[in-house]
Design a protein around this ligand. Structure first.
Ligand code: ASP
Length: 594
């Protein structure tokens, strides 16, 4: 090494020792008689002093130092003079008196400094990622990521899992997103698909007898990016044979317990709580509810039907739902103006037709512009249903079930944060189970797999697999941390006939199914054990355990929301010759629209 120590290593015990350090100039202060430099590397900072004792040449050279120059310094460790000890720095008791300085790399004036207080725009940070990644918080996050992955690997090795790599260039496995395609040079007109997940390979591994598989796997999904999604992401991919749902859940429970303890010092009680999908939708309006606080959704459709309020009545009569939440003690926190904002929020973003509300006054009366449509008796019933006490604020949405779910889920989340109903540093882990097998795509009037098409239905639902697919529940489970989906998996179909039936329900003809998944249908007939698995989103685990709110901060080289890498400028154009080799012609925009 060019250095004898790191910049975070030296303490009083090393006083008198001659050392060499390398690092970046974090800051410098010229005090006339001497120059003080804080030298930084990823381990910490050490103060380096250039004074007349350094010799004229060294002192002269030190005057040219600027932030982010990379230097090597040799000198002796001294105690800092009395009154100049810096308790905020781990090396704050000592300083290095420099006698030899080598400038390893001079830094041009950078577009931003890793040390500056106000963060520059994210585009600039992504373009100059090497500067951004020098920021100590970014280094801490990547370190945390590395620890989490190591912890996962160790844990699975202790439990006899084998790490197997699966191909990146392969055949499409449907996870419900668009594939990234890679054209074949050898087979013109044919394409590989980048894996949306290693799903089918891991299932094949079970059929091949490797009954416990794990992989830190890169997955690719070409979808429109939401705030916490990336087109390529990493998941901890797991599969097990001869198991049922509780075996898979049990393994992950153990990992959660270990991670929470080692990273956060939190004692998690096992087994983690489980709630069915139906219950989650009923109580929270979402399949990944934040269970750090209450404020559950409460149904009042039956009461709404009794009212003279036309909107409520018609919704109830149409078989739709009237549901709401009670924000305890929040009545005086929401003025008319703020209520208008909330109304816009649920109607613009979640398609609700409106937002009804009641405030409970000091004398227990329900105040609301719509109150006149309700008899005293009915108001009393509403109060009871919502457990309403003076000062409470009740918000109600009347609409189709799905709209009440979306709108009230969003309201609950927003009010939960605004009213500080939970401690953001607290962590909550739970499972949501028994998801529907299928979702109905209204636009195209067809069934789509809620998880993926290899998911097994519950045994008791097999009989209405064809007659009433919407009723079928899957042996599926999602891990939820603080209201985020942190993992999801299923028990798989291991019977060729059921698999064919499910493909059929999803609108795939027998030929289609054979053409795309013939290898799976074959393998299912050559000795396939019952099996199941799960995948955990590693980027999201880092975000949640790091208490961060931007997934891009958890990835060394992430993509923007428009799926671009601003540093390398990918995607980019390619040479004509490359396209010719692939027999590809790129259409112009106007040719496309035809
Ligand atoms: N392949 C699934 C996913 O990526 C996980 C699983 O079912 O194991 O979401």
């Amino acid at each position: 090494m060019l250095r004898t120590h790191t910049c975070g290593e030296l303490r009083s015990a090393q006083i008198g020792l001659e050392v060499t350090l390398c690092g970046w100039v974090d800051s410098y202060r010229d005090h006339g008689g001497g120059l003080f430099v804080d030298l930084r590397d990823r381990y910490g900072k050490t103060q380096v002093v250039f004074s007349p004792e350094s010799g004229a040449a060294v002192q002269e050279a030190s005057r040219g130092l600027r932030c982010e120059d990379v230097i090597k310094v040799r000198g002796t460790i001294n105690a800092r003079p009395e009154g100049t000890v810096n308790p905020k720095l781990i090396t704050g008791e000592i300083e290095l008196r420099c006698v030899e300085l080598e400038i390893l790399n001079k830094c041009k004036t950078p577009p931003f400094l890793p040390t500056q207080q106000d963060l520059p725009g994210e585009d600039l940070r992504l373009k100059h990622r090497y500067l951004d990644l020098r920021r100590p918080v970014m280094q801490e996050t990547l370190l945390l990521r590395s620890r989490i992955i190591k912890m996962m690997r160790d844990y699975f090795e202790e439990h006899q899992f084998i790490d197997v790599e699966t191909p990146i260039l392969g055949r499409s496995t449907p996870e419900g997103a668009r594939d990234y395609l890679v054209p074949s040079r050898v087979h013109h007109g044919q394409f590989y698909a980048l894996p949306q997940s290693p799903q089918l390979y891991k299932q094949i591994l079970m059929m091949a007898g490797y009954d416990r598989y794990v992989q830190v796997a890169r997955c690719f999904r070409d979808e429109d990016l939401r705030a916490d999604r990336q087109p390529e992401f990493t998941q901890l991919d797991v599969e097990m044979a001869f198991v049922d749902k509780d075996d898979v859940i049990g393994i992950i429970d153990g990992l959660v317990q270990k991670t929470a303890k080692e990273l956060k010092g939190i004692d998690v009680q096992l087994p983690l709580p489980q709630m069915t999908f139906d219950e989650a939708m009923e109580r929270y309006g979402h399949d990944a509810p934040d269970l750090r606080f209450g404020m559950e959704l409460i149904d009042a459709t039956d009461l709404a039907a009794e009212s003279d309020f036309r909107v409520f009545k018609s919704v109830a009569e149409a078989g739709n739902r009237v549901r709401g939440i009670n924000a305890k003690g929040a009545a005086d926190k929401y003025s008319r103006r703020l209520i208008d904002e909330l109304t816009e929020f649920v109607s613009n973003d979640f398609g609700a037709k409106g937002l009804a509300w009641f405030k409970v006054e000091a004398d227990g009366k329900l105040a609301s512009p719509i109150a006149k449509n309700f008899s005293e008796e009915l108001l009393a019933k509403f109060k009871e249903r919502y457990d309403a006490e003076p000062g409470d604020f009740i918000l109600i949405v009347a609409d189709k079930f799905s709209v009440t779910c979306k709108a009230l889920y969003a309201l609950r989340k927003r009010l939960g944060a605004e009213l500080k109903l939970y401690d953001p540093s607290e962590m909550h882990f739970s499972w949501i189970v028994e998801f529907p097998m299928f979702d109905h795509d209204e636009e195209e009037d067809r069934w789509v797999a809620m998880h993926h098409p290899f998911t097994a239905p519950r045994a008791q639902d097999l009989e209405h697999l064809e007659s009433d697919p919407g009723k079928c529940r899957a042996i599926a489970y999602d891990l939820v941390i603080n209201g985020s989906e942190a993992g999801g998996g299923t028990i798989r179909i291991h019977d060729n006939k059921i698999q064919q039936k499910v493909f059929g329900l999803l609108g795939m003809s027998e030929e289609d199914a054979k053409e795309r998944f013939g290898f799976l249908l074959d393998a299912l007939q050559y000795g396939a054990p019952p099996h199941g698995g799960i995948a955990l989103g590693i980027d999201r685990w880092v975000m949640l355990f790091g208490g961060l709110d931007n997934i891009r901060d958890c990835i060394a080289f992430p993509k923007t929301q428009r799926a671009a890498d601003l540093m390398t400028d990918a995607p980019g154009e390619v040479d004509r010759k490359q396209l010719e080799e692939l027999a590809i012609k790129v259409l112009r925009q106007d040719e496309l629209k035809k």
